[in-house]
Design a protein around this ligand. Sequence first.
Ligand code: ADP
Ligand code: MG
Length: 441
Amino acid sequence: MHFTDLGIDTRLETQLAHQGITQPTDIQAHAVPTALAGHDIFAQSKTGSGKTLAFLLPAVQRVMKQKALSKRDPRVLIVAPTRELATQVFTQLRLLIAGTNIKAVKILGGENFNDQIKALRNDPHFVIATPGRLADHLTQRSLQLSGLELLIFDEADRILDLGFTEQLKMINELADHRLRQTLLFSATLDHAQVDALSRNLLKNPKQIMLSAANEQHSDIKQSLYLADHLDHKEALLEHFVKQDNVGQCIIFTATRADTTRLSELLLSKGLKAQALAGDLTQSKRLDIMDAFSRENFKILITTDVASRGLDLLSVTHVINFDLPKHAEEYVHRIGRTGRAGFKGTAISLVGPKDWPSYKAIKSFLNDELEFHTVAGLTGKFKGLREAKPVAGKATSQKAKPKAKSVTKRKVKPKQPQAPIKAPLNIDGDAPMRRRKKPEQE
Ligand code: ADP
Ligand code: MG
């Protein structure tokens, strides 16, 4: 099958061929003609399956070939949950529109507000934005959406998890007209919260569900290792990142502080590592991602700020130093490897504190995730026992007898499992609570 069979212009097809992209992926084969036919779309397919082009191609095709509803307002708005992902989508769009007169701007948190106002005055056809800053421009009326034709949410469920319900409502209302088309994409859309959103945003959507959110990814080899305590995790980490088959590697930690601590630790062992966390300045964040994508360093240590969407084909390994609390984030984190048909390895370290997350992930994936051991680095922790409810009494969970004396650091009695839908604590573009005046030049 060719892209032209899907209704895509030969010019775009040639542009894709320059990038070595000749055959549509499944999601592209389904979504492109559906979007071109004018339908709203609710689409779920695996990490690394080509969702970006599945929405960019019909969007560019539309802007190239169809008359605009408005001369001034943007025709396409793409919302992505983090600055890094929005930047990546923007880069991919720029390749597609190179040599045309189509204009695109990127509106991200952490960048100069006035520069963005100027860029918006230039009447771009495409706006790619993170939700917090987008909402600021809408409130200040530096961006109008009454002529918007295509509204696209990449990683739609994550945008909701970040608590942008009000902002989404505002976008929905400002771009509310009969001809607006809306597309939602993610690898994990099929949960209740998204249902409510999609009912408000979408009109008679076509559902394109190519795989279940919890389906195994055949290109990602997953393995788990039990760890007694922090020192044990660090020893395992060093062991794994030093393996010969590691190309580039992304390590996920629970906190920003851990990203810095681990990068210092790995640097002290002679490994090229850098920490990326949401509290860094925007230009530093972009520099780090740019250097990583150029393979200037081998190991990126980050939080869930980088769990979604990032596409770096030389990432051979993902290591969860801590497990994420949200089972869906596990799917997205490991999906930073094994992309576009390449094979990848995902390694997760599971200590006593990770046990509730491990249980949640295991139950989400309907699967016995397998534990492995490393010779010479086997610990004593063997997992925590299930809490058995005792009539009339609250129970606390205890370690199995076998694991009783194992942990060097004492394990506190376990807290009840965190609800899977607790608010995410990624340090990206949280909604602004107080409206800032645009910075003066
Ligand atoms: P997703 O959003 O589904 O996680 P991406 O859109 O980031 O996936 O695409 C993953 C990788 O696959 C990217 O490097 C992209 O360039 C590549 N890709 C996309 N479509 C194709 C295709 N039709 N043929 C080959 N590679 C593709
Ligand atoms: Mg994507």
